[in-house]
Design a protein around this ligand. Structure first.
Ligand code: FES
Length: 102
């Protein structure tokens, strides 16, 4: 599920995934080079379904933490805190990630 945020002052895409029953969300920006990671729109998992995969050079990230697990990534993805209530998922702004201003 894609959505838009402002991260570190720049408009960015973000995405939410469900992994092992829990929702997680990250800024869609690889830590190797600041590029969006999906190899097809909204496709983030590798073939095993265990890792988030950057399509450009193959960095892998843990779906539940965003930690880099392999490849040329340079640290964790920017995680966006979520809460889930009544089947609806809400994201919470943080010092680094804020809503878009219209
Ligand atoms: S840009 Fe993601 S691995 Fe290089």
């Amino acid at each position: 599920m894609p959505f838009d945020v402002v991260c570190d002052g720049q408009n960015c895409r973000a995405f939410a995934i469900r992994f092992q029953g829990r929702a997680h969300a990250y800024v869609n920006r690889c830590t190797h080079i600041a590029m969006e990671m999906d190899y097809r729109p909204n496709r983030f998992f590798d073939d095993s379904g265990r890792w988030l995969l950057c399509a450009t050079h193959g960095a892998t990230y843990a779906p539940h933490t965003g930690e880099c697990a392999g490849g040329p990534g340079r640290g964790p993805l920017v995680k966006i805190e979520l809460t889930e209530s009544g089947g609806v998922v809400y994201w919470r702004p943080s010092p680094r990630v804020k809503p878009l201003e219209f």
